[in-house]
Ligand binder design. Sequence first.
Ligand SMILES: Cc1ncc(COP(=O)(O)O)c(C=O)c1O
Length: 484
Amino acid sequence: MSTTTGAATLGAQLQDSPAITQAIDAITSEVRAKSAQITDIRGPVEGLGDDYESFMKRAGETRGRGLLYPYIGSGLGNGALVELMDGSVKWDMISGIGVHFFGHSDTDLIGAQVRSAIGDTTNHGNLQAGWEGYEFSETLLELAGRKSGLKHCFLSPTGALANENALKICYQKHAPASRVIAFKDCFMGRTVTMAQIGDSAGARVGIPLSTQVDYMPFFDEVAAERDGVTKFIDTSLVKLNEYIARYPLQHACFIFELVQGEGGFNTARRDYFKALMECCRANSIAVWDDEIQTFGRTEQMFVYEALDLGEYVDIFCVGKMTQVCATLFTERYNPKAGLLSGTFTGTASAFAAGTRVLERLRDGDFYGDTGINARHHKAFREQVKALAAKHPDWFPKVEDVPGSPGAKDIVGGIGGMMRMTPFGGDKAKITKACKTCFDEGVVLFYCGHGPFHLRMLPPLGVMKFEDWPRVFECVERGLAKVAG
Ligand SMILES: Cc1ncc(COP(=O)(O)O)c(C=O)c1O
């Protein structure tokens, strides 16, 4: 094969072409101009309603089941505001369940994706890929490696697949151990195996149970306050040691969700996790940290970093706001060739956007006690407290559900994981409130398995502090409809 000399490949010259840069600038300024016209919530635009009904019906028919919310996006928004296909505009306080941390129509992300679209392929694979996926991995590993021994990164398109890869690594390392330990109320995704590990009976109806899972209690702040933290930790350790003694050398891993997402935004203390992780270490059980929902939005980029637990983490998964999902592991857990692969690692546009998300989280002022995430959390709590002071009957005491992580307050979570508990956490009222709030102009969702909570994962990357009262005007109207 002959070689040519030259400082840049033709591909790089295309990327750097002034004509391309100009075209991208033209596109992003047009997006910015249209986006700027979205300034507040509004109802459907006259003349679009009938069409919207028909789109909703067609969307439901494709899925075989109607949509949970009448939500089909128009493709435009402005920060925390999103326009739907009927022309209505809503506050997006759930951001695709934690995906759109930088909100809607962010021109920095759009610019990066448009540039990625001129690459020669749509998808990148394990066999053939450009540099973009490795750039994402390098950026993530550099951040993850600051406070942990995580050294390598394997990409996948969804969180559940990142978790599947993590599980395979744990099984291979500790073969023939075949059991896993997980927390009560955990969520891991919806593949056949992850649905079995996830602690939700409704999510595995009809699925044969082939994975052996031992469940540990999650930290229960009500019980710890009542009986003392040390007693709670000691009792948990007794339970963990019981499992280990019952099934000697049969546990491949313990899956830690350091702040439970679907389980109800339950948080826990460092000493609780540390005690359990040390026990895993002593018994050759991999410590697997699933930060798919928490990543980026708590008071540090990684929860293990906030809790100073990085030294214990063997395997780590991330997803959602990173746009690309990934399984990270230490040198010791690097699997044998052949264990992990797949046709796609992801799309060029997801890598480009994901890398920009990581860079912006790294370079922004999101973390620490006075960072953006913590300050928004404080603003959220103030709104909930004010609402409860105005309508005390909407916020009765949250009943303690025995065996579940206690919710001793009507407001909880951490950073950009925000929960509030009206109506005592009653399931029917909370799910109804999701729909009435949607009708009143704010998209949110629920979490928890009892008590149930209203959940927000807002786009804190673009949310303004002065938006909170405007969001809560919608929440107040929505809750009023439930309170009747
Ligand atoms: C903690 C956790 N793990 C795994 C998943 C699964 O991710 P995905 O829905 O991208 O498959 C989720 C999704 O909500 C999650 O919250």
